[in-house]
Design a protein. Structure first.
Length: 370
């Protein structure tokens, strides 16, 4: 019997989101029904609303979530009703060429629920599009009272964590933390620079600090964000609106540049800064998502002569089943301040205004609490 719940839907490109009634099926084989408790408002949801991901409207938004397993489908043995879970948008298949090579964090065939969630006919505010299948953001769709996911997307974690904090590791915190720890492989004694001190950038700062970096330099154009970055472990800050950030980072690293530079913005300007901010043979990690039409041009002799590594970080190169419980344990042990990322708690009907605040740079995370 389908479950009738309220959810946030992007019906048309660029239009304000709507609070709609949707139908969520009972779980089928390999699926899990999750009662959502909290879901962060992420830039990726805004990209979906604006048609920057694809044009498969209508979208069921929300993906950075935590909740309780309500039911599981046939064949699901590692989850049970009542389990507290964080939802992951990567659920390794175990059979693709990357999984077979022992690199499941690059899985090329990540699992999602096979049944569609749909708009309820005749019960929505607009009374249009009833019965239309919804495209869940990143295969999750958690701006909803309940959602249907592949069982592998639901990762059990310690229920002592508050849902609004725990859910954030489902996307932004994991992406930034993993960019430092997994992709950048920050080690004890390294110097690290992070460009962009939003949610992902601050998570990268936290990851670098936990990994033992001796100097973590936060770079941003907003003094408020730089002040906040020190809470997550930044030892130095650079306002790139006031000074040349490349020269400033060099000055803070003995004239050499940082061992690891993380670009959490994803623009040609910041990528170029990150490239020249590195020490010789240093590592550049891009975790900020660029627009499809952006390009970068660099002298080939500099690519050759400066050496090192230029890496992209997909979801922090994480393995959710391995990493989510570890991050929750570090949070509960006082080493990772997930609560510090939560700027405000909102309701489902406040998502559109949260997008506006996010666009203006006023929040790290607005979190929908159900």
């Amino acid at each position: 019997m389908p479950h009738e719940v309220h959810a946030v839907v992007a019906a048309k490109q660029g239009a304000p989101v709507e609070l709609r009634t949707i139908l969520v099926p009972d779980p089928g084989p390999g699926e899990a029904l999750v009662a959502v408790q909290a879901c962060g408002v992420c830039h990726t949801d805004l990209h979906y609303r604006d048609g920057a991901i694809n044009d498969e409207f209508p979208f069921l938004l929300g993906h950075e979530a935590a909740g309780i397993i309500e039911a599981v489908g046939p064949g699901v043995t590692d989850l049970a009703p009542g389990d507290f879970v964080v939802l992951a948008w990567r659920a390794p298949c175990g059979t693709c060429r990357s999984c077979r090579r022992g690199r499941p964090w690059y899985c090329f065939d990540s699992r999602n629920a096979t049944q569609a969630m749909t708009l309820a006919g005749g019960t929505s505010r607009t009374k249009s599009g009833g019965g239309s299948p919804l495209t869940p953001a990143l295969g999750i769709g958690a701006f909803a009272e309940k959602t249907l996911v592949a069982a592998g997307q639901a990762v059990k974690v310690d229920p002592a964590a508050r849902p609004e904090a725990a859910g954030l590791i489902g996307c932004g915190v994991m992406a930034g933390y993993g960019a430092a720890v997994h992709t950048g492989q920050v080690g004890s004694g390294d110097t690290v620079a992070v460009i962009g001190c939003g949610g992902v950038g601050n998570a990268a700062i936290a990851g670098a600090s936990i990994a033992g970096a001796r100097r973590v330099i936060a770079v941003d154009i907003d003094e408020r964000k730089l002040d906040g970055a020190t809470r997550f472990g930044a030892t130095h800050t650079v306002n790139s609106r006031r000074t040349d950030p490349v020269e400033a980072v060099r000055e803070l690293t003995g004239g050499h540049g940082a061992d690891v530079v993380i670009d959490a913005v994803g623009r040609p300007e910041t990528y170029r800064q990150a490239f020249y901010m590195r020490d010789l043979a240093g590592t550049l990690v891009q975790v900020g998502v660029p627009a499809p039409d952006m390009t970068i041009e660099l002298p080939l002799i500099d690519l050759f002569g400066r050496g090192g590594a230029l890496k992209s970080s997909w979801y922090g190169d994480c393995l959710p089943s391995r990493d989510f419980p570890v991050l929750i344990d570090r949070h509960l042990g006082g080493r990772l301040d997930l609560d510090g990322f939560v700027t405000e708690r909102i309701t489902l009907d406040e998502v559109e205004s949260a997008f506006e605040k996010m666009h203006r740079g006023e929040v790290l995370r607005s979190v929908v609490v159900l």
